[in-house]
Design a binder for this molecule. Structure first.
Ligand SMILES: [Zn+2]
Ligand SMILES: [Zn+2]
Length: 362
């Protein structure tokens, strides 16, 4: 990549003056004005497009012109007012890629024009959980798109330590899939998933289908349990067997819930082989409880694993992406403009949609 834009000097808190790029990635031409469009959440059910100042990067941050920003279930929970960490008036969006257009004075490792993606979980590095590399459990995490401004906007600021430089020819749509892929990798790593075994994946939404891609890549025999036929068809096209419900007696080395559906979890817990591992990635209703049988856990040496967000595997997901780019790219079924975010929200419930992304350049 060329570096046609002079780096800003000084540390004035005023919005960064973003000069047009002579030749940014994918023909991107950031505006030279000091304002941008962004999608703001104000409170339960209250959200919409606003015009706001382009943020200035802090000294250790980069300013990114967003080229792809994915919508996910977490965003829907924030918009509905069902996510306790969300800060009212926040700009949503945490799955993104784009081009660096300005850097803080102490931001290292990047130049203007770099295509980047970033781990959105801005963790403190100082608490007990950060010291254990369990960054997703950070006691004072400040996630992009949840409690600090997110990527459903023309520009977003990111701490340089959390950004990853992507090859110049990288598709930004794939860059915005690194975050959910990292969530899937975290679940696989937590569960100790290895090839040559069997796995059942409950739910073939975006996370479930990414789990299929990763599991097939690892060499597992994958069975997807999914009530909706269009989603089953996608799972089959990715190399999984797909059923509406499992036959009695079907058992697996791993069961991964990516549905969050109480009935799915209840069914899946009974389908572990000896030494089997159950991985809970889906977000179930908080009030959902299950009877379980500690004797069976003891007798069969089962492991029950929770997997919540990314922890420390964002870089590994970025490194893995090029080798699985073809099946991953097929998961981006819709790309809309920022102004169409209400339509994007509707699409998430459509079984024909998998990953819905916004391109704020549109
Ligand atoms: Zn997400
Ligand atoms: Zn921390």
């Amino acid at each position: 990549m060329t570096n046609p834009v002079p780096m800003p000097t000084g540390s004035a808190p005023a919005p960064a003056a973003v000069e047009p790029l002579a030749g940014g990635s994918a023909g991107h031409q950031p505006k030279a004005t000091g304002s941008m469009r962004a999608w703001q959440w104000r409170g339960p059910g209250d959200h919409g497009l606003i015009t706001t100042a382009i943020p200035a990067p802090a000294e250790d941050e980069v300013l990114v012109a967003v080229e792809a920003s994915g919508l996910c279930g977490t965003d829907l929970r924030i918009l509905a007012g069902d996510y306790s960490h969300a800060r009212p008036a926040v700009v949503i969006g945490h799955e993104f890629a784009g081009t660096v257009v300005a850097l803080g004075e102490r931001a290292r490792g990047f130049v203007v024009g770099d295509l980047v993606a970033a781990d959105p979980n801005v963790y403190c590095l100082d608490c007990e959980w950060c010291r254990r590399q369990a960054y997703n459990l950070c006691a004072s995490v400040n996630p992009i798109g949840v409690s600090r401004a997110g990527s459903m906007a023309e520009y977003v600021t990111v701490p340089a330590r959390l950004a990853v430089k992507l090859p110049g020819a990288f598709d930004p749509a794939l860059g915005a899939l690194i975050e959910p892929l990292a969530c899937v990798l975290h679940g696989m790593e937590r569960g100790g998933v290895v090839g040559g075994r069997t796995i059942a994946v409950y739910g073939a939404g975006a996370i479930g289908l990414m789990a299929v891609v990763v599991a097939v890549d690892l060499g597992l025999e994958v069975t997807v349990v999914e009530p909706l036929a269009p989603r089953r068809n996608r799972a089959q096209a990715l190399g999984a067997a797909a059923v509406e419900r499992l036959a009695g007696g079907a058992q697996f080395d791993y069961v991964l819930d990516a549905s969050g559906a109480a009935a799915a979890v209840a069914d899946g817990l009974g389908r572990l082989r000896k030494r089997g591992t159950f991985i809970q990635m889906g977000v179930t209703p908080q009030s959902f409880e299950l009877p379980w049988t500690p004797y069976q856990v003891y007798q069969n040496e089962w492991r029950l694993i929770g997997s919540n967000s990314v922890a420390d595997c964002y870089q590994r997901a970025a490194a893995l992406m090029p080798s699985i780019s073809e099946p991953m790219r097929r998961l981006v079924t819709h790309t809309l403009s920022l102004a169409e975010l209400d339509r994007a929200i509707e699409l998430i419930a459509d079984p024909a949609a998998v990953k819905v992304q916004v391109d704020p350049r549109r």
